[in-house]
Design a protein around this ligand. Structure first.
Ligand code: R5P
Length: 293
């Protein structure tokens, strides 16, 4: 065991932190949380934190603000003891708020960047951040790693017959294209237009005939309400595709999204353990360990 490195496991990423500590042969420090009736959380750590280096692992999924304050608290405590603290935030909440889309909007990623630096992190590692623009706000070292290879490995085992990889929008085109390249399949990107004020979405594609009679893999960075996947699936089903599979890194699956997605005709949703849950079948600890070493 490398006693000079500690992996501090936040409550939101317990399984991933455990896997990561095993991979890099580091000492695992667990945290327990007591949530008071007013919502405040009290964190207690068990174990001896390394003086040299700590790696704090805590995703920022709902309850987003609680998980954020827990991440910051863990980093702050680690920094009291370790000379170097790396923040591994597999799902980096607030990453979609990386620029001022409408006048007056606050760019919360800028605030996060100041907070992580303020509590003592010297580096932040995220997995498939919504857009790398989010990391540009950080003045500490930052790295985005991708779970695409891990997802591709899983899908190869499903033995689908000549599927087409589909990006539900142009924003996710590069990610889906990378998936298609590693998978060795054809690829198309839908055109999704969202009205920023009403939220209403419209979908088009120039390549509709390419999906007829074919199995599809919809690739996205994240599923929140499932709206993007549902709209894309309904559109693709109208083009007479066969089965629709979904590969995504972060499955938040808010408001019964899994059921709604299945009802729209999706056969299987596959996500990673950046957010633990029923669909998180793919482990990203190996990918994260390479970014740390
Ligand atoms: C959008 O640009 C993202 O890549 C995701 O497609 C989107 O954030 C998912 O959100 P929802 O599931 O609510 O449509």
């Amino acid at each position: 065991m490398l006693s000079n490195v500690s992996v501090i496991s936040g409550k939101s990423s317990e399984e991933l932190a455990k896997k990561l500590s095993k991979r890099i042969k580091a000492n695992l420090i667990k945290s327990t949380i007591r949530v008071f009736p007013d919502g405040e959380s009290k964190i207690t750590l068990s174990g001896k934190i390394s003086k040299k280096k700590s790696i704090v692992v805590q995703s920022i999924y709902p309850p987003v603000d609680s998980n954020l304050i827990q991440a910051l608290s863990l980093i702050s405590k680690a920094k009291e003891i370790s000379s170097e603290v790396i923040a591994v935030i597999p799902y980096l909440g607030y990453a979609r708020q990386d620029r001022e889309f409408l006048s007056g909007e606050i760019v919360t990623m800028k605030v996060l960047a100041k907070l992580f630096k303020g509590v003592g992190a010297s580096k932040i590692i995220a997995v498939d951040i919504h857009s790398v623009i989010g990391l540009k706000h950080f003045t500490i070292k930052s790295k985005n790693v991708t779970a695409i290879s891990d997802l591709v490995k899983y899908f190869k085992k499903l033995n689908l017959k000549d599927p087409v990889v589909v990006s539900p929008d142009q924003g996710g085109k590069d990610r889906a294209q990378e998936f298609a390249k590693e998978f060795g399949s054809e690829f198309i990107a839908l055109e999704k237009k969202r009205d920023r004020k009403t939220g209403k979405v419209q979908i088009k594609t120039k390549n509709a005939d390419e999906v007829m009679g074919r199995d599809l893999i919809l690739v996205d960075d994240m599923i929140s309400t499932g709206g993007s996947i549902i709209n894309a699936t309904q559109f693709l089903k109208k083009q007479k595709c066969k089965q629709v599979y979904v590969a995504c890194t972060h499955a938040l699956l808010m408001n019964n999204a899994e059921k709604k997605i299945k009802n729209a005709g999706v056969t299987k949703i596959v996500s990673t353990n950046t957010i633990p849950g029923k669909t998180s079948m793919v482990d990203v600890s190996n990918t994260i360990s390479k970014a740390i070493m």
